[in-house]
Design a protein around this ligand. Structure first.
Ligand SMILES: [Fe+2]
Ligand SMILES: [Fe+2]
Length: 306
């Protein structure tokens, strides 16, 4: 696939950096590089993120997907949720765990079974990107719950999808993009996220935040999640309606980036910008306590992708 950028620059408010997105045809081709064995990722995400999602719709969605249901039920029955093989159906799981928990499990399980149809040599594989994204999802959700002014479920989704552009990009035949930045056998990219972004822009004309946002938009994912994907590395430039959500994802990203445990994509993760910490009232000195909370919350998800 040849990288392509369109001539249309996305409409930008004054003061916000000019951004370029890949064209629609390219985005459609790029999306096809992600496979889940069923080709259902866009449909599943669209359905699960619908504001009208109901227990009945989730049951219908999973009724035709035995493998996905089995994975979700396995975790629902784990000791993490205080159940011991009592939940035998998705309807029952919704009653016992609640719609929010079940929806999060289905979303995570759907993403964890993504297998790229191709793999750029020397770059982290899809499992590493999704594991990182899940940690960011948990971090953003916990932070949102603590702050109380953003829906924690939306924060979870925004964290889970924030690096989808990287997932696609690492599948492309992007010769020379990262070969010199990686060490064989290591799952991290050498350098900082900022250095990677400027390399992407040099190579493609856009970066993974532009590609991810264009891909999610093409899948009709809610607008605030598209924006937080687009601005997760520059949250202060996000449109007003998505500024808070973008900052939560950026902070979740920084916490996950420093947590280790195979959840760190860059060898030199950055700390969040002081203005992000200030906007969220977060003391970076408390990061270890938050990272421990994230690690605890991540445990039930560990067997979802197995
Ligand atoms: Fe990113
Ligand atoms: Fe990230």
């Amino acid at each position: 696939m040849t990288p392509a950028g369109n001539k249309n620059v996305t409409s930008i408010d004054q003061g916000r950096p000019r951004r370029r997105r890949p064209d629609r045809e390219f985005v459609a081709q790029a999306g096809r590089l992600l496979g889940d064995g069923e080709g259902r990722i866009p449909e599943l995400l669209h359905e699960l993120l619908s504001p009208d999602v109901t227990a009945a719709r989730i049951c219908r969605l999973l009724a035709s997907d035995v493998a996905l249901s089995a994975r979700v039920l396995k975790v629902a029955n784990s000791a993490w949720y205080g159940q011991h093989r009592n939940i035998s159906s998705i309807d029952r799981a919704i009653v016992v765990l609640g719609l929010s928990v079940l929806r999060r499990l289905v979303l995570a399980a759907s993403c964890l079974r993504i297998r790229r149809t191709r793999q750029a040599p020397g770059l982290p594989d899809s499992g590493a990107v999704i594991a990182h994204s899940l940690a960011v999802a948990i971090g953003a959700q916990l932070l949102a719950a603590e702050q109380g002014d953003t829906d924690p479920e939306t924060a979870f989704v925004a964290g889970l999808l924030h690096d989808f552009g990287l997932l696609v990009e690492f599948s492309m035949e992007a010769e020379g993009l990262g070969a010199d930045l990686t060490t064989p056998g290591q799952a991290t990219i050498g350098g900082t996220p900022e250095a990677w972004l400027s390399r992407e822009r040099q190579h493609f004309g856009w970066d993974h935040t532009d590609l991810g946002a264009a891909l999610l938009e093409s899948w009709q994912i809610p607008e605030n999640v598209v924006y937080s994907t687009e601005w997760h590395h520059q949250p202060t430039h996000a449109p007003h309606s998505a500024k808070r959500l973008s900052a939560l994802v950026a902070l979740g990203d920084a916490l996950a980036g420093n947590i280790g445990m195979g959840l760190t994509l860059f060898s030199e993760p950055e700390e969040p910008a002081p203005c992000v910490l200030e906007a969220l009232g977060f003391d970076w000195e408390e990061r270890c306590e938050w990272q421990q909370r994230m690690a605890d919350e991540l445990r039930p998800y560990a067997s979802l992708g197995a």
